[in-house]
Design a binder for this molecule. Structure first.
Ligand code: KIV
Length: 266
């Protein structure tokens, strides 16, 4: 696969070609995923759940994120690497710059922060200094306690208006991408049409500019709890290996057959 950059990703939005994104936390999977044509690898703080066995992403540290970003960067063959800034690593502007620099030095091409309007000054400072930023709106797992659990966001009028205002504020501040997690399909579709920057959905319907899933979820390894928006690609007809499952995921993202209505919130 040719090397992915901000420009190749933005070009996919303009062409209307869906962008495929998967999480990875180690070198072996980073190599396999990038060689299978996934354009973006997210070193998600979901590693707290799927690697460390924690109940949430809150315990994940900068040290953890830098370690896994380094591992992924060693195996990666051309995907754009986004690293999550973990819980409380971007509470102040000073902390944000220092910690984002550490993730970039570990091999990330972009950092991801959860939150809306309150982050705009930090995002400006990062982008002015040449650090690309991905926003994350809707269900933001680092705020699970404040949100009262893992729930769909933006369902009523006021919440939808707030989400829209946050998305526009993030774009104005300079983000290159926005993840929408657990947002009703109609809202995610409308915002995708309105925004110039590409949107990546997880539980946000099939009309966002791209899709992301946690690797372990799409490989059917999380049998304790399967969120509505997850499809187990290992269980697809004809899939006999992890590589086949990742190829099936990329194909289903590209032809928009994933996510289907059964994986979507309204
Ligand atoms: O941490 C993560 O894996 C994420 C995705 C679920 C979007 O933020």
């Amino acid at each position: 696969m040719k090397k992915q950059t901000l420009h190749t990703i933005q070009a996919l939005k303009h062409k209307g070609e869906p962008i495929s994104v998967l999480t990875a936390y180690d070198s072996t999977f980073a190599k396999l995923i990038s060689e299978t044509g996934v354009e973006i690898i997210l070193i998600g703080d979901s590693l707290g759940n799927v690697i460390q066995g924690q109940d949430s992403t809150v315990p994940v540290s900068m040290k953890d994120m830098c370690y896994h970003t380094t591992c992924v960067a060693r195996g990666n063959k051309g995907a754009l690497l986004i690293a999550d800034m973990p819980y409380m690593s971007y509470a102040t502007e000073k902390q944000t710059l220092k910690n984002a620099a550490k993730l970039m030095q570990s091999g990330a091409n972009m950092v991801k922060l959860e939150g809306g309007e309150w982050l705009t000054e930090s995002i400006r400072k990062l982008t002015e200094r040449g650090i690309p930023v991905c926003g994350h709106l809707g269900l933001t797992p680092q705020s699970v306690d404040a949100l009262g659990g893992y729930k769909v966001q933006g369902r009523d009028k006021a919440a939808a208006e707030k989400l829209e205002a946050d998305a526009m504020a993030l774009q104005d501040a300079g983000v290159s991408l926005i993840v929408f997690e657990c947002v009703p399909k109609d809202l995610a579709t409308r915002l995708t049409q309105k925004l110039q920057v590409a949107t990546i959905g997880i539980g946000a319907g099939n009309q966002t500019d791209g899709q992301v899933l946690v690797l372990q979820d799409m490989l059917g390894l999380n049998d304790d709890f399967q969120p509505k928006f997850v499809r187990n690609f290992m269980a697809e007809p004809g899939v006999q290996s992890i590589k086949d499952a990742i190829e099936a995921y990329v194909k289903s993202v590209k032809d928009r057959s994933f996510p289907s209505e059964s994986h979507t919130f309204d």
